[in-house]
Write a protein that binds this ligand. Structure first.
Ligand code: DON
Length: 307
């Protein structure tokens, strides 16, 4: 057995006693049904080896992890002009906060807070119907993971559409500043559906591999983005990927990472591996509690911190 598989197995075994800690997100009613004791981890190295443990092949709602993929698409379509619509600074506020928007003329601080990802959905929508934009995002994720079985969970999208009052407020507020080009219902239709993509840890680790390998997926040979763009997306994940918990995550783990309220985290060890963990219990910042611990242990055992 390889050293990496032994490390993954050790993390899985050691964290068993912590499973169930944290709070499962219930503000999206459909997410509240998930078993809080689930835990999966998958790691794909840049030379194509996969190491995994636990519930690594069970699909979960990737939620905000999807914002990395929509940002990548928006940058592909709009290049640097993307940054006219969304900033690149950490917010220091909760993922769904509205406060900064008022002082900053409806321009969200970064593409990973909800307001920023809604602005990015507006950019992905350009020239498309909502259905086409959702299809484009799903096809892109399938291409990244090299897996056509990846799908959107319609019950999760519907559940969020019915209860996403805060996101409607954020989008309407941005629209009032003239910062969205499409009707709020269309933009949020795209946003809720990409958040509702369901993936396993194994699929998610594969989808993130291009970020660990200078923009090229070494398993498929596809060049997804330039190495400069991959580096910059990683920089944003490091500084903004865990919202107001980004500093703590950088301190403890030291890897670019993006969390979601479904309990998933995708992390990137540049030049080494892409990692996905899933455990539904969240900490007070809305990031997976056990997932963060798993990545902290992994960074400790491998020495993969970027610092
Ligand atoms: O808009 C929302 O609230 C969710 N669809 C996504 C939020 C999320 O995943 C925050 N992550 N930790």
């Amino acid at each position: 057995m390889s050293d990496l598989q032994a490390i993954v197995d050790e993390i899985h075994a050691k964290l068993q006693k912590r499973l169930g800690e944290g709070k499962v997100a219930d503000y999206i009613p459909q997410l509240a049904h998930v078993d809080p004791k689930k835990f999966g981890i998958a790691l794909v190295t840049t030379d194509g080896n996969v190491h995994s443990a636990g519930d690594c092949n069970e699909p979960f709602s990737i939620q905000s992890v999807s914002k990395v993929f929509t940002l990548t698409l928006a940058l592909g379509k709009h290049g640097e002009t993307t940054w006219n619509r969304v900033g690149r600074e950490p917010s220091g506020s909760a993922f769904n906060s509205i406060i900064q928007l008022e002082h900053e003329e409806g321009k969200p601080r970064n593409p990973f807070i909800n307001a920023g990802a809604i602005a990015v959905s507006d950019l992905v929508l350009a020239g498309h119907t909502p259905r086409e934009a959702i299809g484009e995002i799903l096809r892109f994720v399938r291409y990244l993971a090299d897996d056509d079985t990846i799908a959107i969970d319609p019950a999760v999208a519907k559940s969020e559409e019915a209860t996403g009052f805060r996101n409607f407020a954020l989008a309407n507020f941005m629209r009032s500043f003239g910062k969205l080009s499409h009707p709020v219902e269309h933009v949020l239709g795209v946003y809720f559906h990409h958040c509702a993509i369901a993936m396993t840890c194994t699929q998610l680790a594969r989808a993130g591999l291009f970020l660990a390998a200078s923009g090229r997926n070494p398993m498929t040979g596809h060049t997804v983005v330039s190495s400069q763009r991959a580096r910059r997306i990683n920089a944003l994940m490091l500084t903004c990927g865990h919202y107001d918990g980004s500093g703590e995550f950088a301190y403890r783990v030291g890897l670019p990472g993006k969390s979601g309220v479904g309990g998933g985290i995708m992390a990137v060890a540049p030049g080494q591996a892409s990692i996905a963990v899933w455990s539904p219990g969240l900490n007070h910042n809305g990031n997976s509690l056990v997932g963060s611990l798993a990545l902290e242990m992994l960074a400790d055992r491998t020495g993969w911190s970027v610092f």
